[in-house]
Design a protein around this ligand. Structure first.
Ligand SMILES: Nc1nc2c(c(=O)[nH]1)N[C@H]1C(S)=C(S)[C@@H](COP(=O)(O)OP(=O)(O)OC[C@H]3O[C@@H](n4cnc5c(=O)[nH]c(N)nc54)[C@H](O)[C@@H]3O)O[C@H]1N2
Ligand SMILES: Nc1nc2c(c(=O)[nH]1)N[C@H]1C(S)=C(S)[C@@H](COP(=O)(O)OP(=O)(O)OC[C@H]3O[C@@H](n4cnc5c(=O)[nH]c(N)nc54)[C@H](O)[C@@H]3O)O[C@H]1N2
Ligand SMILES: [Mo]
Length: 763
């Protein structure tokens, strides 16, 4: 049997009643606890007061926008923002002395919580296979080694350049330039595992892979649908916007297999009346859909609205005929389905369905928000297109208070893509790069995450660089992925904190420690600023305020410039040394090659921010075939299930940021002290004679290959029968590398077919 990848240590499960609201006093208590434990009072106070402020730094957590106008004097942050800051700006350190004491084999036995909590990386490190330890290396030698390895490849496509979404626009732009100057578009990034399905679905239907709404739109909407998203944990500041929208009269419809606390009620920690009183109800109608039955439900909604339109003014016919194509075909396709069948498949109650229709029929301003509950399925792209269908029927695109709102994950994942991190080639882009920098950029599409892993496994790729992230844990098929990465000749990880991916280096392995966003990035005696793009397409400056945890840290843009310089030297048209410590020059070059960034430096002066152009926001579909927005025909999803098969969704607890584990509680769901937990329906447990808190094994079988994770507590929970939920990344070994969404290749992290077995300890 394969050795377990993640530590199977049990940490002491306590189950309480799930919370029926989010935030409140406990959120304040937890924020203070995390800040104090990691940073101490002075550092914590200095930083938290500047987070998400115009003269400060952007929160290193999620990508939810800050208000355009007034920012709260109490601070524009939430509990999980405070945790993200505490985790990054901790005073704990892992320097060469730490690595002298621990071999990698030993560290692999630690839990991810223990690895992460060990502290910040302080010095460049190189892996010594003779003693199985990391040892200090100078910056000069590390960069020299990288440059020599990159430039001596037989084929530039043997190098892979992964990006996580924390990096600034400046760093990401240089990184994409480095890859292309080398000659490859192998630029996989975390969005391949995240909102890629949104990007593909939205581009094909609306001509832009981003959302169309602003915060102001959200405040003006009549109806907001929140599908497959858990904002109470993952985008807590969204609840403030929802509270405002509700105050303005908006109705909220939620579609989710779990009843998430933050979608029930919000007690705004910044409002005394909320802390003492009842708080704000968020959801008006809660549709407890079965996993991956959103297409069935959305079709049922569309069918009902179309049938009512015969008598009432339900659809926006002017918009449909002037701005869209494909409505008749879609309407015709819907005829093959029976309304009742769709509703039964979706699993929602008839009464709630009816209330949904009552709300939607008269509504003119509709926004649909979504996240991973829609994107991480085999039909992830269709899920998005079905949302677009509904919006288009209602004419709810390109007008105030309406539109698409894919809620992004990492704080700058959207900006990284905008400035060039893309394995796909956008038409004309390579030509612009060629003209500006006088080299021939690669014309072939590069690898995304799944393709990069396969290429490394098959020795077609042999250098793996990562700008942030924890690739091995975040990707699927963990054992296969770890094996793939370890096969490389060289792995390079530009990181703030130690994580499990560092424990699986290639034949040579380098860790380059970098500044976090909260830290001062000083060059020539001045603190530099960088820029980021939030989930709604606004560019804003970010400037760190804390003293760096170590003198040896180098900023991300400087590391990349130095690698570029060591690889290619300076040339008139691409002068890497010009970029070092001079980010305004990077921005000038971005403005020359990326649309929408004209006068970049001027427009961010004095803390100013600006929106990028967005065709869907203004209802301009001229770039799409036929010059109109597109309705789509999407089949119902199909899962080949045996009687005792379940669909498993892998989700985030309240105490984690992706693979970074802040703590062991999932407070809103009433789970404390333990992450090895599977939420299960009581009827299913009865049928299988599984006791509450009994240990189980999850087994996934695809193409006759068995993958398993052992020793998880089954916990009785309000979840549809046949569905399971467990935390990522501990369950990622269950997802086969080749099971991903059509077109976007996003792994099927939210609908893994598994069997539940009683756990039997092996000797
Ligand atoms: N604190 C914190 N903040 C974060 C993150 C974090 O880990 N911690 N991660 C960041 C990142 S990178 C991202 S992408 C976002 C992720 O934000 P979310 O997408 O909110 O994160 P998940 O925990 O994956 O939750 C998915 C939600 O979808 C629901 N769901 C699962 N399957 C289905 C389905 O088939 N249909 C429907 N309708 N719902 C379904 C789940 O019950 C859950 O409520 O958050 C970002 N913000
Ligand atoms: N099963 C399952 N798998 C999933 C998901 C899921 O829902 N289910 N979600 C997917 C999603 S949505 C995403 S976005 C991916 C996330 O994938 P990644 O982005 O690769 O993973 P993270 O856990 O966010 O990366 C954390 C690491 O980034 C480094 N880091 C943090 N801040 C910085 C910084 O400022 N600079 C640098 N250079 N490094 C930094 C630290 O070393 C930290 O350990 O995971 C995906 N994987
Ligand atoms: Mo994400």
């Amino acid at each position: 049997m394969t050795k377990p990848f993640f530590s199977e240590k049990l940490t002491g499960l306590i189950v309480k009643k799930p919370s029926n609201y989010a935030a409140g006093k406990m959120a304040i208590k937890k924020s203070i606890e995390h800040l104090m434990n990691e940073m101490g009072p002075v550092r914590a106070f200095t930083a938290i007061n500047k987070m998400n402020k115009k003269d400060g730094f952007d929160c290193p957590g999620c990508a939810w926008p800050d208000p355009d106008d007034k920012r709260s004097v109490l601070g524009e942050y939430c509990e999980n923002g405070a945790k993200a800051l505490a985790e990054e700006a901790t005073m704990k350190k892992v320097g060469p002395d730490f690595f002298a004491q621990h071999t990698l084999s030993e560290l692999r036995q630690w839990s991810d919580f223990e690895i992460g909590k060990s502290g910040r990386l302080t010095s460049p490190l190189t892996f010594n296979p003779d003693n199985d330890k990391y040892e200090a290396i100078s910056w000069e030698n590390a960069i020299d080694c990288i440059a020599k390895s990159l430039t001596s490849l037989n084929d530039p496509n043997e190098a892979v350049f992964y990006t996580s979404g924390r990096s600034s626009n400046e760093a990401a732009f240089l990184y994409s330039l480095l890859a292309r100057r080398l000659g490859t578009n192998n630029l996989p990034d975390c969005s391949n595992m995240c909102h890629e399905s949104s990007g593909v679905g939205l581009s094909e239907t609306l001509g832009i892979g981003k959302g169309s709404v602003t915060l102001e739109d959200l405040h003006k909407a009549e109806v907001i649908m929140i599908i497959g998203q858990n904002p109470g944990t993952n985008h807590p500041r969204m609840l403030t916007s929802l509270q405002k929208a509700k105050k303005n009269g908006a109705k909220v419809i939620t579609i989710n297999p779990l009843i998430e606390a933050g979608l029930k009620k919000f007690k705004n920690p910044q409002k005394p009346e909320d802390l003492l009183g009842a708080g704000t109800d968020i959801t008006d109608v809660y549709l407890q859909v079965k996993i991956n039955q959103d297409v069935a439900l959305l079709k049922a909604i569309q069918k009902s609205l179309i049938s009512m339109d015969e008598y009432d003014d339900v659809l926006d016919h002017d918009f449909i005929s002037n701005s869209t194509v494909g409505f008749e075909a879609m309407q015709k396709d819907l005829e093959q389905y029976q309304l009742e069948d769709l509703i039964v498949s979706s699993g929602v109650k008839m009464e709630s369905f009816q209330s949904t229709i009552d709300i939607l029929k008269g509504a003119k301003k509709l926004i649909i928000c979504w996240a991973m509950g829609l994107t991480q399925h085999k039909n992830g792209v269709d899920n998005i297109k079905e949302c677009v269908n509904l919006l288009l029927m209602k004419g709810a695109i390109g007008k105030e208070g309406s539109g698409t709102c894919p809620v992004r994950g990492h704080s700058n994942v959207q900006g990284d893509r905008t400035v060039g991190i893309n394995h796909k080639i956008t038409p004309g882009q390579m030509e612009i790069i060629k003209n500006k920098f006088a080299f021939n950029p690669p014309q072939a599409q590069g690898y995304d995450v799944v393709e990069a892993i396969m290429a490394m496994h098959e020795n077609r790729a042999r250098i793996f660089m990562s700008l942030g992230g924890n690739f091995i844990c975040a990707a699927s098929d963990t054992h296969y992925t770890a094996e793939a990465v370890s096969k490389c000749d060289l792995t390079v990880s530009i990181s703030t904190k130690l994580n499990r991916s560092h424990l699986y280096p290639g034949k040579r392995g380098l860790i380059l420690p970098t500044l976090g966003r909260s830290e001062k990035d000083i060059s020539n005696g001045k603190v530099s600023l960088v820029t980021v793009e939030n989930s709604m397409g606004k560019i804003q400056p970010s400037k760190g305020v804390l003293d760096p945890v170590s003198d040896e840290l180098m900023s991300e843009p400087d590391i990349i410039s130095r690698i570029g310089l060591a690889c290619f030297g300076d040339h008139q048209s691409l002068n890497w040394s010009d970029y070092i410590g001079q980010y305004d020059r990077i921005r000038t070059d971005i403005s020359d090659v990326i649309g929408g960034f004209e006068q970049y430096n001027q427009r961010i002066e004095n803390g100013n921010e600006f929106y990028l152009p967005n065709n869907a926001r203004v209802g301009d579909f001229s770039k799409l075939p036929g010059g109109r927005a597109h309705f789509s025909i999407c089949p119902l999803p199909f899962h080949e299930m045996e009687q005792d098969d379940f669909l498993l969704m892998t989700i985030r607890s309240h105490d984690q940021f992706n693979t970074t584990i802040y703590g062991l509680d999932d407070r809103y769901r009433g789970i404390y002290g333990e992450r090895r937990v599977v939420l299960m329906n009581q009827d299913d447990m009865d049928r299988m004679q599984i006791q509450n808190k009994e240990l189980i094994t999850l087994l996934s079988t695809y193409d006759n290959v068995e993958r398993r994770v052992d020793k998880f507590y089954a916990v009785s929970y309000d979840i549809p029968s046949g569905n399971l939920a467990a935390y990522f990344p501990e369950t990622n070994p269950l997802i086969p590398i080749d099971q991903y969404a059509d077109k976007s290749q996003t792994p099927i992290s939210k609908s893994i077919r598994v069997k539940v077995l009683k756990y039997t300890p092996s000797d």
